[in-house]
Design a protein around this ligand. Sequence first.
Ligand code: CP
Ligand code: NVA
Length: 310
Amino acid sequence: MKSKKRDFLKLTDLTLDEHHGLFRRAAVLKQARRERRLVRTMAGRTLVMIFEKASTRTRLSFEAAMLQLGGSCIDLSASNSQMSRGEPLPDTARVTGSYCDVVMMRTFADARIEEFAAHCAVPVINGLTDGGHPVQILTDLFTIEEKLGSVKGKTLAFIGDTASNMGRSFTAASSIFGFQLKLASPGGYHPDDDVVVPAHGFVQLVNDPHEAVRGADVVITDVWTSMGQEAESKKRLSDLHGYQVNDALMKLAQPNALFLHCLPAHREEEVTASVIDGPQSVVWDEAENRLHLQKALLEYMVIENEKRQG
Ligand code: CP
Ligand code: NVA
């Protein structure tokens, strides 16, 4: 009997065991690529990518992942499809699902990707929404574990606009993966209660960035103006002025603390060039790991769905 397909729209759509399984498989796939061993687990399968916001890493890493695994990939930009001319989303979702094996979508409201997924017959992966960036957070945790061992019990400090999709995803991850998270933001830039309350006991909201980074194992930031917030950028620049990750702030963290940023970054705004291009920054490994982690995720979502459908 056919069972319902599964999507990956938010972290809790997979269990902690499944997340750890993805990390293990990503490490194997990373090593295979290093050794130029071909892995063709997605042969005959097609990924459709739908972008309603700009992207460099997500577009390239998902397409490269699918092609390197022997599959094929179609990139549908909303702006030059019928989506921009008002075709109902459920109709687009239904048709898309009949052509491919998995969909990756980047959009604005979480309700929109949920509506798409509800009408699409194949697994849908969230490639960033206003509410979260689940493939990026999994990649970030995989990167931290590569460098520092288990993230469980570690202290992470997120500085700046902690209400951003990345801040929200780190908050959601804290209670699942068991790390302490300090979120340093000015008033109005912390995540809402619906995100913070489920992470009770793992997340601490502070205003002082120095307090947040003191003794931290990992320091993280994100842009101050996320996609869709451009009209507020002047106000954000002024409100978040004191929340730049710079050398003085990094000195308060553990001596070998890692610096993470999902990119794109604005040097001399949320982070100085000395930090992002400095020895503690792991942003290039973090960006590369999108490829390996998403290969593991694509394999898992597609193959698991085929087994479920019989
Ligand atoms: N980090 C990330 O998702 O980058 P892009 O916006 O370039 O895809
Ligand atoms: N918070 C950023 C992340 C970009 C990958 C944005 O949504 O624009």
